[in-house]
Design a protein around this ligand. Structure first.
Ligand code: ADP
Ligand code: MG
Length: 330
């Protein structure tokens, strides 16, 4: 490697470790054999790890800033789904070569999101090989108050935040060769941005503590992830397809039929899907207001296991449930 491993770490990753603020105290950060972190009294540590492999999770030649953003965003989204406040992260980077222009873009994308989210880099590993990025995030939650997938009960209302389907529409545009500065209009640029720079719903997740009975982030597709939540909760669910919040740009790019499919089974949205007891639905607007978020009721939990969909009272057949890296028989 042109730039030595330690110079590379010092130049590109050291600054991410010196950022001020954040939820948790760093006793020892980057540079020793391991980090030493102080979990405040009364808090629990919430940890998660996600890996991004070139050609699998992002396209060869994807903008470096988007790859850096996404590697952290998909992890932060897991903290959001648990209602946790971001504190620390570790980065394992496997690089085919030292491409400083790529590294600078990657770090800039990651750093911008890290600063906004109040999360600090405390260590990692740097090796040579096919391009892959693994990030481990750690967050904090008041003891016993993490949001789980398993708390939903029959009769609970089902919600989704934001505008599901836009990332899938953005991916379709990217695959068709559109770029971020497409002169073709704000709509297409918005969808591409939603794919390249998913926004973890951190404030919303924390605002839902004590109200949501269950929560999951939407990475594989809304229908598939809502079904995961239902299965973990030991119940089933009903989704009213007409209640899906379809954005103007999504409808313009995809048309209603495809937009519905993208909202239900397109992955990569990183919105939150959550449930709450119907009797407490009136408390949601204040929580959304506090978090600066939006969410729409799209269905309800039912005692009978499985997923049922209807559109205007007519049963709705989903083309594809969601994304699976190891599909049965695949
Ligand atoms: P060791 O051989 O003891 O694992 P390394 O040489 O891998 O040590 O790492 C030295 C220090 O640099 C450690 O504190 C490690 O956490 C940090 N580090 C290595 N790679 C990264 C990276 N990509 N991002 C952040 N910190 C890193
Ligand atoms: Mg190491």
């Amino acid at each position: 490697m042109a730039l030595g491993e330690f110079d590379l770490i010092g130049k590109y990753f050291g600054p991410l470790g010196r950022q001020a603020g954040g939820a948790g105290e760093v006793v020892v950060g980057i540079g020793d054999d391991a980090a030493v972190l102080a979990v405040p009294p009364g808090m629990q540590l919430v940890a998660s790890l996600d890996t991004l492999v070139e050609g699998r999770h992002f396209r060869r030649g994807a903008p470096a800033g988007s790859v850096g953003h996404r590697a952290l965003a998909v992890n932060l989204s897991d903290l959001a789904a648990m209602g946790a406040q971001p504190a620390w992260y570790l980065l394992s980077l496997t690089l085919p070569e030292v491409d400083e222009a790529w590294l600078a873009g990657f770090v800039a994308g990651m750093d911008a999101l890290a600063r906004r989210s109040g999360i600090r880099l405390v260590g990692g590993d740097t090796t040579r090989g096919p391009l892959a990025i693994a990030v481990q995030v750690m967050g904090l939650v008041p003891a016993g108050r993490a949001l789980l997938r398993s708390g939903a009960r029959p009769g609970d209302l089902l919600y989704v935040s934001g505008a599901p389907g836009e990332a899938a529409a953005g991916l379709a545009l990217a695959l068709a060769g559109a770029t971020g500065d497409d002169p073709d209009g704000a709509g297409r640029t918005h969808l591409l941005h939603r794919f390249h720079y998913p926004e973890p719903r951190l404030a919303l997740g924390q605002a839902l503590r004590g109200l949501a009975s269950a929560c999951i982030d939407v990475s594989d597709g809304l229908a598939a992830d809502a079904l995961h939540l239902a299965q973990e909760s030991g119940c089933g669910l009903f989704i009213d397809v007409q209640q899906l919040p379809l954005g103007e740009q999504l409808l313009a790019a995809s048309g209603e039929r495809l937009a519905r499919e993208q909202a239900l089974s397109g992955g990569d949205d990183y919105e939150l899907c959550f449930t709450l007891p119907a009797a407490r639905a009136g408390e949601l607007p204040a929580r959304l207001g506090a978090a600066g978020g939006v969410a729409h009721c799209i269905g309800r939990m039912e005692a009978t296991p499985g997923l049922r969909l209807a559109c205007g009272g007519v049963p709705y057949a989903l083309q594809r449930l969601g994304f699976d890296h190891f599909p049965a028989g695949g």
